[in-house]
Design a protein around this ligand. Sequence first.
Ligand SMILES: Nc1ncnc2c1ncn2[C@@H]1O[C@H](COP(=O)(O)OP(=O)(O)O)[C@@H](O)[C@H]1O
Ligand SMILES: [Mg+2]
Length: 357
Amino acid sequence: MQSRRDPVNDGSSSRQRLIGESPAFLRTMDAVSNIAPLEKPILVVGERGTGKEGVAERIHYLSGRWQGTFLKLNCAAISETLLESELFGHEPGAFTGATRAHQGRFERADGGTLFLDELAAASMLVQEKILRVIEYGEFERLGGSKTLIADIRLIAATNEDLPALAREGRFREDLLDRLAFDVITLPPLRCRREDIPVLAMHFAVRMASELGRELFAGFSDNALEQLLEHPWPGNVRELKNVVERAVYRCADPEAEVEDIVFDPFDSPWRPPVNRRSPDQGSDSHASAAPAPVAAKRPSLPLDFREHIQDYEIDLLQHALEENQYNQKRTAEQLGLSYHQLRGYLRKYPLLNRAEQD
Ligand SMILES: Nc1ncnc2c1ncn2[C@@H]1O[C@H](COP(=O)(O)OP(=O)(O)O)[C@@H](O)[C@H]1O
Ligand SMILES: [Mg+2]
């Protein structure tokens, strides 16, 4: 049997090693080590790809809860109802498609750490419920009346300015106060250029070994200079992609990597921008399923592929729930063949869920 992996966890539960030697990075790591043992909620702030998730994991493993569960959930990846039910769980009949009871993350991470990514995307109602868990450890499943107790350390991440959102009334001040006991702000890569060569080397060596190459000949001076000068709006995630692409495209494993392609879409045949009109698809399908990801369009920079995946997972999940996890009907409703749907359910570990839930 397949091990149970989580549909909205990205599956990368293995511990990441955070690499860097710049003063800004080392100072941040010191702050992480200091805060980790405290039983306080933490807010990790940083642009996309700066390593917020890695930091959250590090905090967990440096804390007294390291043997407990570390669960994560991206609040921007799923619709509001799904977010509530993923966090707090639900009882049968709580909403259409909720045929059985479902344990939420707060229950499942009991005794461990829960990492909420892109917290700013959570609605005010969800924020209120999260605050209650932080303050009193209490919550109810959706559609349930029994109060449950969770022993959880919460780590939240955002790439938004939460105090500004709070001033605009879009984020709860009280939750912000609770989370802001201490805030770890990760420096963008362009502010710690010393880390670029070390990280580039790390990702390149790993890629070369994944490709079965015995050695990595290094970067040419010109390539290294380009890496050092790029502004890296997508930070370490972007650097990783650029380096991996450069290594795999360099056909001769004994030659230094010379060509760096920052934008893989760059092509003389790139199709022109084709913008949708703003009201397209809005009220013409009043009864159609909501498009939660479009409604909560995340801020840039972002990882394009990761977001497309999150969107696909969200749609699949929604269709499965609407069809009581009947895969044949779900496939029909999505215009997929049964085998195509099975392919998706395997690709994202939704299969167990679809078969057991
Ligand atoms: N200091 C670092 N050392 C090694 N890898 C890193 C570091 N920071 C980020 N990464 C890698 O970059 C990618 C993005 O990191 P992640 O923690 O998901 O960023 P964020 O959550 O801020 O968007 C991941 O593949 C992660 O392993
Ligand atoms: Mg992230």
